[in-house]
Write a protein that binds this ligand. Structure first.
Ligand code: SF4
Length: 972
C-alpha cells in the first residue's frame, strides 16, 4: 500500500508537469489540480451531471454547487454541496477545491455528511422529557417554549448572583469563539470543554515552550517527518496533513512514526518504532542528547532564542551567564539520556534509536514533528512527550522556517467580530479548581465528582455536540450526576443526533449539521493563513436563486436550527429590554435597537477584519459576504515565516520603555491595531503596568514569543514558581502504566486510537461509515494470545480498576507484545433500537451493569438501507470502565489503563460492562492526592498564571484566590 500511494503521488506530479509543459491550464484555485478533477467554479451555478442511479439511462441532473465546511472532525475540510435544482435538496457532498487547507480532498467522513442529513433517526423538533430523566419519555415542544424556559432560568441565575450555576459544555466547537463571546456577554464564567479528555497533554508541552499551545508542522517542505501520532489516517488535521506528508514523501522525505500499533500511518513509515507506551519522551530525550553531545544543533538559534540566560541565573548562579557555560551545563544535564537508557525504557533497540537520531540530526531545519493526543493523552506526564519532541525542533532551529514546525497562531487567523463583549469578572471553580492551577483546560471530566463532593450545583447545564456519558471516562458517574435533579436542575442537549447523554436531558434541541449552520474556521495546516465559512447550503442556494431567507429554520429539515441564531435569540430573551447589559452585544449596528442577523454578523466580519477579502471580492464584482457564500474559503496569506524575528515597530517603543533582567521589553505605548485574534499566551505586564512588546535579542527589539521571557522557554520559571521545579526542563516522567506501576498480570491497554472512518460521537447515524467500521476488537499479540489460549473472535474479559468489559479478541502481530489496544469509537448504545446496540442498565447501589438485550441488526425505517444491515457486532463501550486520571500538571485525563485480560467467563456476552462507581470515587481521590494546590503553591495569591491560555479568561480580581467567585469551593 505504501508503494501504491507513493506511486500515485509521483504519477500525479508527473502528469501535472506534463500538462504544464504543454502549456495547458490548471484549475486556478489553491488545489492546482487539473480541470477534470473538479467542476470549475465559474459553472457552480448550473452544473450538469448524469444521474448515477438512473444508469444505464442517461438522465441529466442540474445542480447548484454551494460550499460549506465539514464538521465531522476538526480538520474543517471544504465541502461542496450538490443542491438539486429541481428538488432543492442536497444530493451529495464532494470536496471544495477552493479550500486552501484540504484542496478539494476529503476523507470518507466528508461525503458521509449526506447520511447524517438524511438519517431517518435524526432529531427534527425540540423535545421535552416526560417522566423521570432517562426513562425515555418525550414530547414535542415549540422553540418558543424551549427558549423561554432556558432564558427564565439563566436570567434568574444571573440576577440572583448564581451565575456560576450556568454552564455550557462543548464537545466539538467547530467555530472560533462565537459561543465564548455569548457567555462573555452574559458575564458567566460557564465555558466548559472536552479538551482535557482530548489534547491538553499535547497542548501543555507546546505552551510551556512557546506560549502557544499547538504546533503547525510544515510537512510538505520537510526532509524528515517525525510523528508521535497517526497523521496519515486520523489525528489532528489529518486529511490536510496527510496529503502534504504524501507529497513530501514523493519528494524524498523520510517518515518516522512512533506508535505502539501498526497503524495505517506506521505502514507508510520509513521507520516504525513501537515503544512501550509512555516511554516516548525517553526516546526524544535520547535523540536530543545525541544532538547535544555531538554538537549537531543550531548554536546560533539556541543562543538567540532559548531562555538559557534565565536558566543559568536561576538554577546555576555559580556559573558565568555565558552561552558557553550554558552549553556545558546542557551537556551534563542530558548526558544520562543515552540510547541504552531509552532502550531500557522503551524496548526499542538502542541501535535503532541511534539510527533515528542520525536521521533527525541530518534534517537540519527541515524537521517537521507532530504530537497530538496519542502518547500525550495517554500517560501521566504525557505533556512532556510534546515538550521533549519540540525540543528537537528547538535544538535544530527547525522553528517557523520552511519544512519545520511553526507555532500554530502564526498559521491561523481569527477575525474580529462585530461586538466584543468583556470577559467575565468571576471565576468558576467547577471548571478551574484550585488543585489544578496549571490545568491546560477545564477539568471537565471531574464534574460528577465535584458535584458529588458538594462543590456546587448546576441550575442550567447546556451540552452542545458533547456526549460525556459515552466519550468521557467513568460514564456511569455521569449518569448518576445527570439523573440527580439536586445536582443538575435542567439539562438541555443541543445536538443534531440522539446520543447517550441526550437521553438524560430535559430538553433536546435539534442543531444543524455541517451544511445547516454558520461558523468560521481557520486552522494551521501549512505555512499560511486562511478562513473558511460553514453555511446552511440551502439558505445560500435559495438566496442565490433570489429568495429572501430570514431564519435558517426556513430551509433546514424539520425545525433544525443553527446555533448562531439560537444564541442571539436566547440572549434577547434573557435581557429583553437591555437593562442587564447583555442585549447590546446582540443588536444590529446598522439598525440600532433591532436584533443582529447572521448576514450582518458575518458581512461585517468579512468586510472589516479579514485583510484583503473585501478587495478580492470586489475584483469579482462581489461583496465580501457574497464571495464567501459563493466560494467558502479565502486564503489571507502564504509564507508567514518566522514572526518571532519581526522587529517591533518604533511607534511601540516611544513611551516609558523598560527591559527586565531576561530581556523582556515593556512600554506604555498603545497596542498596535489587532489583525489576528488567534489564541496565544498573554504575557503579564511588568510591576509598573507596562505592556510587554518584544524581547531584546542582540540589541534589537524583536517580537519574540508570547512567553514570560519572550523566548522559547527551555526552562519554565512558571513551573518552578508553582511548585513543580523538578519538571521545569524538558524531561521524562514515568507513566502511571510504567512497568514499575503494574501489578502482577496487568498489561497496558491503549484505548485512544481513532479509526479513519468514524467520528467520536457523531457517526452512529452515518450508514456508510457504520458499514465500513462497526466493531472494536481487542488487539492482542499472538504470543500474548497463546498464553491466554485465545484466538481471533474469542471473547475476553478486560478487567479495569472500576470493573470489566467483554470484547472479542483480534490476534495480530500489529501490536507490541504485552500491550493490548481497543479503539474507542465503538459500542454506541441506547435503550431503544436504531443504529446502536439496545442495552439494559441495571443498578444496585453503586454497582452498575450494562448488557445488550438484542442482537444488533436490520430494522425498518424511511430509509430502505436500514433493512439491509448485515453486521451484528457493534463493539463495546469500554470508556465506561475507566476511572478518572487527571494529570496533576496539565489536567489531561491519562487514558491508558492497567488491565488484566482473561478468557471470558461462562455467561459473559460481547458488550457486557460492569462498574462500581464507589470505586470510581476512590480512583478520583487517589489522583487528587498527586496535585499541588494553588492555596499552598501560588507565588502571588492568584489561582493560575495569568499568561497561560484559557478560554474566556476571567478578568481582574477574579484571578485572586480570595477574589470573586459565585460559589466557594469546599476543600475535599
Ligand atoms: S478529514 Fe474528513 S472528517 Fe475531517 S473535516 Fe476533512 S473530510 Fe471532514
Amino acid at each position: 500500500m505504501n508503494a501504491d500511494l507513493d506511486g500515485l503521488a509521483a504519477r500525479v506530479s508527473a502528469a501535472r508537469a506534463d500538462t504544464e509543459a504543454r502549456g495547458e491550464t490548471f484549475y486556478p484555485g489553491p488545489s492546482r489540480i487539473h480541470l477534470a478533477m473538479f467542476p470549475p467554479k465559474e459553472r457552480w451555478d448550473d452544473w450538469v451531471e448524469l444521474d448515477a442511479k438512473s444508469w444505464p439511462r442517461r438522465v441529466e441532473k442540474r445542480y447548484m454547487l454551494v460550499p460549506t465546511t465539514c464538521f465531522n472532525c476538526e480538520s474543517a475540510c471544504g465541502l461542496l454541496a450538490y443542491v438539486d435544482k429541481d428538488s432543492l435538496q442536497v444530493r451529495k457532498f464532494e470536496g471544495n477545491p477552493e479550500s486552501p487547507g484540504s484542496r478539494g480532498r476529503n476523507c470518507a467522513k466528508g461525503p458521509a455528511v449526506i447520511n447524517q442529513v438524511t438519517d431517518p433517526d435524526r432529531i427534527l423538533h425540540p423535545m421535552r422529557r416526560v417522566g423521570a430523566r432517562g426513562a425515555g419519555g418525550w414530547e414535542r415542544i415549540s422553540w418558543d417554549d424551549a427558549l423561554d424556559t432556558l432564558a427564565a432560568r439563566i436570567r434568574a441565575a444571573i440576577e440572583e448572583d448564581r451565575a456560576n450555576e450556568v454552564m455550557y459544555h462543548v464537545g466539538r466547537p467547530g467555530e472560533d469563539g462565537f459561543t465564548e463571546r455569548v457567555l462573555g456577554a452574559w458575564g458567566v464564567d460557564g465555558h466548559n470543554s472536552h479538551t482535557n479528555v482530548c489534547s491538553s497533554g499535547g497542548r501543555a508541552g507546546y505552551q510551556f515552550w512557546m506560549g502557544i499551545d499547538r504546533p503547525s508542522p510544515d510537512h510538505a517542505n520537510a526532509d524528515v517527518i517525525l510523528l508521535i501520532s497517526a497523521h496519515l489516517e486520523t489525528g489532528h488535521y489529518f486529511n490536510p496533513h496527510a496529503q502534504r506528508i504524501t507529497e513530501a514523501k514523493a519528494n524524498g522525505a523520510r517518515l518516522i512514526v512512533l506508535d505502539v500499533r501498526l497503524s495505517n500511518t506506521a505502514t507508510h513509515a520509513d521507520h516504525w518504532l513501537a515503544p512501550y507506551p509512555g516511554s516516548e519522551a525517553a526516546i526524544c530525550l535520547a535523540i536530543a542528547n545525541h544532538l547535544i553531545q555531538t554538537g549537531r544543533y543550531d548554536r546560533e538559534f539556541v543562543r538567540r532564542w532559548w531562555n538559557w540566560r534565565e536558566y543559568l541565573v536561576d538554577v546555576h548562579p555559580d556559573r558565568e551567564p555565558t552561552f558557553e557555560a550554558f552549553e556545558e551545563v546542557l551537556r551534563g544535564q542530558y548526558a544520562d539520556y543515552t540510547f541504552a537508557y531509552a532502550e531500557a525504557e522503551s524496548g526499542v533497540a538502542a541501535a535503532k534509536i541511534a539510527e533515528i537520531a542520525e536521521i533527525v540530526a541530518g534534517a537540519g531545519t527541515r524537521l517537521s514533528t507532530h504530537n497530538w493526543r496519542s502518547a500525550a493523552a495517554g500517560n501521566e506526564g504525557g505533556w512532556q512527550v510534546s515538550r521533549t519532541l519540540f525540543m528537537l525542533n528547538a535544538l535544530l532551529g527547525a522553528v517557523a522556517v520552511p519544512g519545520s514546525t511553526y507555532p500554530n497562531a502564526w498559521n491561523k487567523f481569527v477575525a474580529e467580530p462585530i461586538h466584543l463583549p468583556p470577559h467575565p469578572a468571576a471565576w468558576n471553580e467547577l471548571t478551574y479548581p484550585l488543585e489544578y492551577p496549571l490545568g491546560q483546560n477545564e477539568l471537565s471530566f471531574l464534574l460528577p465528582h465535584f458535584l458529588d463532593e458538594g462543590r456546587g450545583r448546576l441550575d442550567t447545564y447546556i451540552t452542545r455536540v458533547y456526549n460525556p456519558v459515552w466519550t468521557n471516562p467513568d460514564g456511569f458517574s455521569w449518569i448518576e450526576m445527570l439523573t440527580d435533579e439536586d445536582k443538575v436542575g435542567l439539562h438541555a442537549a443541543l445536538t443534531p443526533t440522539w446520543n447517550e447523554t441526550a437521553y438524560f436531558a430535559d430538553l433536546v434541541l435539534p442543531m444543524g449539521l455541517s451544511s445547516e449552520r454558520h461558523d468560521i474556521t481557520s486552522y494551521e495546516q501549512y505555512d499560511g493563513q486562511w478562513i473558511s465559512f460553514r453555511q446552511p447550503v440551502l439558505r445560500a442556494a435559495r438566496e442565490r436563486m433570489g429568495e429572501t431567507i430570514t431564519d435558517t429554520r426556513q430551509v433546514n429539515p424539520g425545525e433544525v436550527w443553527e446555533e448562531n441564531e439560537f444564541w442571539i435569540e436566547l440572549s434577547w430573551r434573557i435581557d429583553p429590554d437591555g437593562t442587564m447589559g447583555i442585549r447590546q452585544y446582540f443588536e444590529s449596528r446598522s439598525r440600532p435597537g433591532e436584533k443582529l442577523g447572521v448576514d450582518e454578523y458575518y458581512g461585517w466580519m468579512f468586510e472589516n477584519s479579514v485583510p484583503g477579502l473585501k478587495e478580492t471580492a470586489a475584483a469579482e464584482g462581489l461583496g465580501a459576504l457574497e464571495f464567501m457564500r459563493r466560494y467558502g474559503s479565502y486564503e489571507i496569506a502564504k509564507g508567514i515565516g518566522p514572526l518571532h524575528e519581526s522587529p517591533v515597530d518604533a511607534s511601540e517603543l516611544q513611551t516609558d520603555v523598560s527591559v527586565d533582567g531576561r530581556g523582556r521589553v515593556f512600554s506604555r505605548d498603545p497596542a498596535p491595531a489587532k489583525v489576528n485574534y488567534a489564541p496565544t499566551g498573554a504575557p503579564d505586564p511588568d510591576d509598573a503596568g507596562r505592556r510587554p512588546v518584544g524581547v531584546d535579542v542582540d540589541g534589537q527589539v524583536l517580537r519574540g514569543f508570547p512567553t514570560p521571557s519572550g523566548r522559547l522557554e527551555f526552562y519554565s520559571r512558571t513551573l518552578v514558581d508553582w511548585g513543580w521545579a523538578e519538571h521545569a526542563l524538558p524531561t521524562y516522567i514515568k507513566s502511571h502504566i510504567h512497568p514499575d506501576q503494574l501489578a502482577d498480570g496487568q498489561v497496558p491497554l491503549i484505548s485512544t486510537f481513532r479509526l479513519p472512518t468514524q467520528i467520536h460521537t457523531r457517526s452512529a447515524n452515518s450508514k456508510w461509515l457504520d458499514e465500513l467500521s462497526h466493531a472494536n476488537p481487542l488487539w492482542i499479540h499472538p504470543s500474548h494470545a497463546a498464553q491466554l489460549d485465545v484466538q481471533t473472535g474469542d471473547l475476553v474479559r478486560v478487567e479495569t480498576e472500576l470493573g470489566h468489559f467483554v470484547v472479542k479478541a483480534w490476534v495480530t502481530e500489529g501490536i507490541r507484545p504485552g500491550v493490548v489496544a481497543c479503539s474507542h469509537h465503538m459500542g454506541r448504545w441506547r435503550l431503544q433500537g436504531g443504529f446502536s446496540t439496545t442495552v439494559a442498565l441495571d443498578r444496585e447501589g453503586s454497582r452498575w451493569a450494562m448488557r445488550p438485550t438484542a442482537a444488533h441488526g436490520s430494522f425498518a425505517s424511511d430509509d430502505p438501507d436500514t433493512a439491509r444491515i448485515w453486521w451484528s457486532d457493534v463493539g463495546v463501550h469500554q470508556n465506561m470502565t475507566f476511572g478518572v486520571h487527571p494529570d496533576p500538571i496539565s489536567g489531561m485525563h491519562c487514558w491508558h489503563q492497567a488491565v488484566r485480560v482473561t478468557r471470558a467467563q461462562p455467561g459473559d456476552t460481547a458488550g457486557d460492562i460492569v462498574v462500581d462507581t464507589e470505586r470510581s470515587r476512590e480512583v478520583y481521590r487517589d489522583w487528587l492526592t498527586k496535585t499541588r494546590d494553588a492555596r499552598s503553591t501560588s507565588p502571588n495569591g492568584e489561582r493560575r498564571p495569568r499568561w497561560l491560555i484559557r478560554p474566556l479568561k476571567p478578568t481582574g480580581d477574579a484571578f485572586r484566590i480570595d477574589g470573586p467567585v459565585a460559589r466557594r469551593t469546599t476543600a475535599p
